[in-house]
Design a protein around this ligand. Structure first.
Ligand code: Z5A
Length: 207
């Protein structure tokens, strides 16, 4: 018995949190036990690492330290929550996973892709999402949405050129793994975005 692993990705203000709730509801209505989680974070220890990563006062955190913290939190999350849930047949719905590392640390920060590849192999070599929903929208549009919320965290303080690199890295990655990714146009209203996602879920998982 093995559950399915679904991840949600996207840049600033793409609407991941909004759509996570709907996806979780859809999966439960389809009869699955669903574990909803997020990265960085998802367990007590991994959430502590998330706090370090997002704290805007940690402005001396180096790129390499950031990369290692992201993977440290992921290792904990996988061991403590994701792998056990999948093994008991639950479906895991995760707000961001390693594609975010390729996009933010690889694309955004420009860290060596070979380092990311090595850590990815070390931390979860054999495990990959069954489906990744990439919510894509123009950077300025997403920043406008996100800007209407609370105070910016350490990542949200980055420039629009940083987020352009993040967006391009996500799209490149999606285009190189088309079987796993589904690209969703996140620019229309909530119901229209959901309609696209519902169609993807139905075609992938409704027999
Ligand atoms: N990070 C990393 O660098 N490396 C990694 O490996 C991982 C993560 C895993 C935290 O992620 C940060 O960690 C992230 C990258 C880094 N930083 N950034 N940026 P996060 O996922 O927790 O943070 P986030 O990207 O800032 O997510 P978010 O703030 O929760 O945004 P969202 O979930 O995509 O959007 P939302 O909260 O659903 O919606 C934003 C607003 O827009 C809200 O007011 C909604 O009501 C509104 N909204 C949503 N959808 C729509 C539509 N369709 N129309 C109109 N308005 C909408």
């Amino acid at each position: 018995m093995q559950g399915k692993f679904i991840t949600m990705e996207g840049g600033e203000g793409a609407g991941k949190s909004t759509m996570m709730q709907r996806v979780g509801g859809w999966l439960e209505a389809a009869g699955h036990r669903v574990v909803v989680t997020r990265e960085p974070g998802g367990t007590d220890l991994a959430e502590k690492l998330r706090e370090i990563l997002l704290d805007r006062d940690n402005n001396t955190l180096s790129g390499q330290a950031e990369l290692l913290l992201v993977f440290a939190s992921r290792a904990q999350h996988l061991d403590e929550l994701i792998r056990p849930a999948l093994a008991r047949g639950d479906w895991v719905l995760c707000d961001r996973f390693t594609d975010a590392t390729w996009a933010y640390q690889g694309g955004g920060r420009g860290l060596p892709l070979d380092d990311i590849k090595t850590l990815e192999k070390l931390v979860h070599g054999d495990l990959s999402p069954d489906l990744t929903l990439l919510l894509d929208l123009p950077v300025e549009h997403g920043m406008r949405r996100a800007g209407e919320r609370s105070e910016a965290d350490r990542f949200e303080q980055e420039s629009s050129t940083f987020f352009e690199r993040v967006r391009n890295a996500y799209l490149e990655r999606a285009n190189s793994a088309r079987g796993r990714f589904a690209i969703v146009d996140a620019s229309p209203g909530v119901d229209e975005v959901w309609a696209q996602i519902e169609e993807i879920l139905s075609s992938r998982f409704n027999s």
